[in-house]
Design a protein around this ligand. Structure first.
Ligand SMILES: Nc1nc2c(c(=O)[nH]1)N[C@H]1C(S)=C(S)[C@@H](COP(=O)(O)O)O[C@H]1N2
Ligand SMILES: [Mo]
Length: 423
């Protein structure tokens, strides 16, 4: 896999300064409305409902989620508003790749049904040499193919633990650990499409936009889901995917074509992409200003730089509250991942953190993917027990005991307490 594009940090810092000085252009939304969003985001738990309602106010539920097409059996999914979280225990019998019918869904509105034969991708903007260039589905499929195994993980994955483990009030969907899935994505390199469309050296930002409904929140029309990508990332390892695990993309996961932005926050992976603006000036959208930045104590009033890479996490493939027989051998399994670097080691504790031991890694660690691991456990005493797993990645980062909070509960990275029962 490729290393970190060197310009990533520089990009972050630069956009932050441009935003503060009013030098960046807001794409499809008034600057005044963006400022309102930023103000709401920095006023803890103050984001408009629907985008981010108080974590506790969105309990998990069985049954259908409005706007999701595929079946959501309750043993596999926990429905949270317009979204469906994968129950980690349902991954125990799956391989490295998450089958499409178990892959979490995060929809801002509803899954659109798009006929690939009628679909067009329009690439346009002042970062191109000439006028807009259109690609049909067949034209896209005729380009050289690219394949990548990559997780898609919501930036708010594990947000619920800010409240349940740390007693902190944050806004947004109260996911546990299941707002992630890993798939083998096949499509074309975004770089190939941008080059064919005539991208110039002046291009700085690339803004893919979804064909799903406009997002209306608290009286503000945020427009269609869209989030600028720096050109350096867009030309690096991003693909326009039309296949997931060897099948055409299912409707809920972006049919006919979506972006895959390896290691980055889930929202970068725009589904149902319809057009891509290539801009010679920096772009802002709600999804890199009020949303998907860190706000709170320790962050500037306009928030951190826009989020890029995901953080480090570990999860057991165990149902919360599951029972284990005392004095029998159990094989505990789970997965760890990091957006920063491949996972190096995973340690587990079965006594709430007093003693730790190495888990066996069952996959070759790769960047942008997760590793499966296992550890034997022979519980001695009956009663409640706490399982912990802690990953370290090749950059040297280890999951901390406590995550540093931010008002919207992004990028939770602390070790999660999995409570079980020994019987
Ligand atoms: N067009 C569009 N793209 C989108 C979204 C959306 O609502 N609309 N949600 C984003 C978010 S926040 C996440 S986490 C991922 C989820 O991808 P999935 O539903 O395939 O798991 O898609 C991203 N792409
Ligand atoms: Mo997300």
């Amino acid at each position: 896999m490729r290393s970190v594009p060197p310009s990533e940090d520089a990009y972050d810092g630069m956009r932050l300064r441009q935003w503060s000085h009013g030098d960046a252009r807001s794409a499809g939304i008034e600057r005044r409305d963006l400022l309102r969003l930023v103000a709401a985001a920095s006023a803890a738990a103050g984001l408009p409902a629907g985008l981010a309602s108080p974590a506790q106010a969105v309990p998990g539920a069985a049954g259908p989620a409005p706007g999701i097409v595929k079946p959501l059996p309750p043993e596999v999914f926990t429905v949270r508003g317009t979204n469906a979280e994968t129950n980690f225990a349902a991954l125990r019998t799956t391989g490295l790749l998450t089958p499409a019918d178990r892959f979490f869904v995060r929809n801002h509105t509803t899954t659109p049904r798009i006929d690939p034969a009628a679909w067009r991708l329009s690439v346009w903007g002042d970062g191109l040499r000439g006028p807009a260039v259109e690609f049909s589905y067949d034209e896209l499929r005729a380009l050289p193919t690219a394949t990548v195994t990559s997780f898609v993980e919501c930036a708010g994955n594990a947000r619920g633990y800010y409240a349940t483990q740390q007693g902190e009030q944050v806004s947004g969907t109260a996911w546990t650990l299941g707002a992630i899935g890993t798939a083998r994505w096949r499509g074309v390199r975004l770089a190939d499409v941008l080059r064919r469309a005539g991208i110039t050296r002046n291009a700085v930002d690339v803004l893919p936009r979804g064909l799903d409904d406009e997002v209306i929140s608290d009286g503000i029309n945020l427009g269609r889901v869209r989030r600028p990508l720096p050109v350096a990332k867009a030309l690096d390892d991003v693909i326009l995917a039309y296949e997931m695990n060897g099948e055409p993309l299912p409707p809920d996961h972006g049919s006919p074509v979506r972006l895959i932005v390896p290691s980055w926050v889930g929202v970068a992976n725009i589904k149902w992409v319809g057009d891509i603006e290539v801009s010679a000036s920096p772009l802002l959208s709600p999804w890199n200003t009020g949303l998907y930045r860190l706000f709170g104590p320790g962050y500037p009033p306009e928030g951190s730089a826009p989020l890029t890479r995901q953080t480090l996490k570990s999860a057991f493939e165990v149902t919360p509250g599951a029972s284990f027989h005392a004095r029998r051998r159990h094989v505990l399994t789970g997965r760890s991942w990091s957006g920063g670097a491949p996972v190096r080691t995973v340690e587990v504790s079965t006594d709430g953190g007093a003693r730790w031991r190495r888990a066996r890694l069952r996959d070759e660690p790769r960047s942008g993917s997760w590793v499966r691991w296992s550890a034997d456990w022979v519980p001695k005493d009956r009663g409640p027990a706490v399982l912990l797993a802690r990953a370290t990645d090749r950059s040297g980062r280890t999951q901390p005991e406590k995550a540093v909070p931010n008002t919207q509960g992004y990028l939770f990275d602390a070790v999660v307490r999995h409570e079980v029962l020994v019987v």
